[in-house]
Write a protein of this length. Structure first.
Length: 155
């Protein structure tokens, strides 16, 4: 599961193996901070792996994702290895909420959230001003937060 998340973000087997190992090392070093009220161990480990993978990709200065490749990725959000790694109700709700966003906002939030791109990198890939990229990401996150909050309170 951890390797799958790392592989999804890094797209490099060797780097994903390193990230998976670092995930377990970090979990052992910081086991005392785990709080079962905030989520399962699986969720905690997956979050650690995701954050480490993003840091590793940023450190390597990965090649930006071609904007033409994002449309199929957005359409296939339910077929990702992350879905297999985090097969819970929350991730399905997040994918559904992302699919309800305007296309430009969905692309921006996926590039920033899943691929770990900075707002500047999103702006460069999308050929828009930095402020526009930041606004798209912020607006998308606000809409996602509101959408997920509304779903939480539905009976």
């Amino acid at each position: 599961m951890i390797f799958g998340v790392a592989m999804t973000v890094t797209r490099d087997q060797q780097l994903a193996e390193d990230v998976a190992q670092q995930t377990f090392e970090r979990a052992c070093r910081h086991a005392q901070v785990y709080d079962p009220r905030r989520g399962s161990v699986r969720t905690w480990l997956t979050a650690i792996a995701h954050n480490l993978a993003i840091d590793a990709v940023r450190a390597r200065r990965a090649v930006p994702v071609d904007p033409q490749d994002l449309a199929p990725l957005l359409d296939a959000m339910t077929q990702t290895p992350e879905r297999q790694a985090i097969a819970d109700e929350t991730s399905a709700e997040v994918r559904e909420a992302i699919s309800g966003l305007p296309h430009d906002q969905a692309r921006a939030v996926v590039m920033a959230g899943v691929y770990g791109m900075t707002a500047q990198q999103v702006a460069d890939v999308e050929c828009v001003p930095l402020g526009t990229a930041k606004s798209r990401i912020r607006t998308a996150l606000e809409k996602l937060r509101a959408s997920l909050r509304d779903r939480q309170y539905r009976p």
